[in-house]
Design a protein around this ligand. Sequence first.
Ligand SMILES: [Zn+2]
Ligand SMILES: [Zn+2]
Length: 426
Amino acid sequence: MQRQRRRGPRARPRQHFTPVPWPRNPMRWLSLDYFYFHFTNWPNPKGRNGCYLCYQVKRTQEGLSWDVGTGVFENEFYPKKPVHTEICFLNWFKTQQAFLAQNLSREENYHVTWFMSWSPCFQCARQVVAFLRDHKHVQLSIFAARLYYSRSPQYQQGLRSLQGAGAQVAIMTPADFAFCWDIFVDDPLRPFRYWKGIYINSCSLSKSLEDILRSSVVVAKEWTAEMQQQHRNQDLTPVPRPRPRIKPKTFDFNFQNIDSYGRKSTFLCFKVERWENGSFLGYQKGVFRNQLYSDHAELCFLDWFCDVVLSPDEIPCPDVQYRVTWYISWSPCFECAEQVAHFLKENRNVDLCISAARLYYENEDVQGLRDLVDAGAQVAMMAPEDFKYCWDNFVYHWGWRFNYWNNICQNSYYILQEKLDEILWD
Ligand SMILES: [Zn+2]
Ligand SMILES: [Zn+2]
């Protein structure tokens, strides 16, 4: 049966904002605090949700090369649609007088260098690749402080495609950080402070990047089944697999919608149905949880879904219709929401219903939820019957009936659903 979107009586479509130029892009300088905070190269620092891109553009004409300009971009977001720094840069670059100049001679070209706090995501990688293909006279070098979702195959492929399109992709060395300090930080009198681990982190990230880029050699060759298997065996990031069910205690603790204290993991129970002979048939189900140090449960699902369901033999079947239902202990964070929304736009044959036990939101996450709905997902809070459904289908219950915890109906669900309605429709 089709799940109904639960909308409050006050529900109305969200108003669209008139786009205005992001006030700060491009900036001339980055403040000292921002530089240290966003460019630290610890592998997984907390709270670095944004991305900063320091650029340097050089123009070469008749064998002479000179600086055209330097500056800093940051992600654009609320109230506009989020735009990542790379795309902000390209949009801006295309409007520049120097770039627009017609009749460029053959010897004339641009060299663009980016120093980025995070390496590009796969969506941006795709757009940058398209740009490089269309603009052969632009050379691009990307130096990243950290690798973004480096264990996700999609992100790895994004980095390889950048390299394939002629871009140089590398990790920032301590010398690069010091260079950025001199050029982009608004405090020239203070010397650059090397932080603890800067060298070791840079080396180990370089090694990871090398491994990611090197596998393109394998990808480029024809993939026999054997090679594919071999590659999977030694792959750093095997495609995550769901577990069939979870323990009653795990379910009770993580799906409680009253208290969020200590509930740091996200559990995602899913059901995939496939349209066959005029109706949806149950097809696959299971449970994902956050992988430590890597993807959130939602992205694990997407990786698995693409690999196992959508294109099991590398042959996508766009004619088959799928209905996916998620029961998730926390609503998706902004990053995941953006990726899921993007996935839904690219795969129109997939419908997604998300029911969350608890709401996870700060400013950006709210926008993520709205974008999910804009991309066609149904988003709701888990109602009492949903908890029972999960217990019956995703928990090793050994025949025990689900015990509703106190207040599950009266308080938590209704309060949360009202809050969600406010976020989505007000
Ligand atoms: Zn991006
Ligand atoms: Zn997430």
